[in-house]
Design a binder for this molecule. Sequence first.
Ligand code: DC
Length: 232
Amino acid sequence: MITHLNLPDIIIAVDGFSATGKSTFAKLVAKEFGFLYLDSGALYRGVTLFAQEQGLIEGTDRIDTERLYPMLGDLDLHFRADGLYMGERCIEKEIRSLKVSSSVSPIAVLARVREWVDGRLHEYGRRGRVIMDGRDIGTAVFPDAQLKIFMVADENVRAGRRYDEMVAKGENPTMEDVLKNLRERDYIDSHRETNPLRQAPDAYVLDNSDMTLHEETVWFRGLVQGKFGILC
Ligand code: DC
């Protein structure tokens, strides 16, 4: 039997710009320490897919909020072991499509949508022993999280990672386009009115520009040892 005794039932918040490796790091910590991993961006993507399927998004960014907001009350998005579900349907793959990616930022700026997502995240957070990644987890969703990590990486390293991901999916981007898209998303994430991406004052910065995943876990173990005084 696997026991995960060495970390208390805390909430760990992992925030940062896109393509800094938040989800890879958070999933690994979840696995090693027996935490539930929650990808808050997946919920914004799920709302975006829902709005697209209901015909509430015209072009990429004209959203019929008058119709969308009342529908949120009945929207059933939840996590299972294999990813995000809408009712009984696994939507993990669809929410990663280019179509969803291109409209998720305008959805994520809507304060009412952010409130709805935060409500869902709080339901999961009540269980404790959760690691969540996103943009505003440590600053707005769980400002009292016992451990906050802010991930950064060199812009060119991030663009390279995103480029490799896209090529692996069979897409054919130019490095220039990838860098442009990354900068646009950084701008939107850090300049929106409601809960923009910010480093929480009590967050520990993890710059993984030149780190392997193994080095990241060594860093994390050192952090936990120092902060909670436990060996793991
Ligand atoms: O992490 P991601 O790329 O899957 O996130 C999708 C979008 O959701 C992205 O535009 C940023 C936004 N987001 C957010 O505003 N707040 C969060 N806590 C998580 C994601």
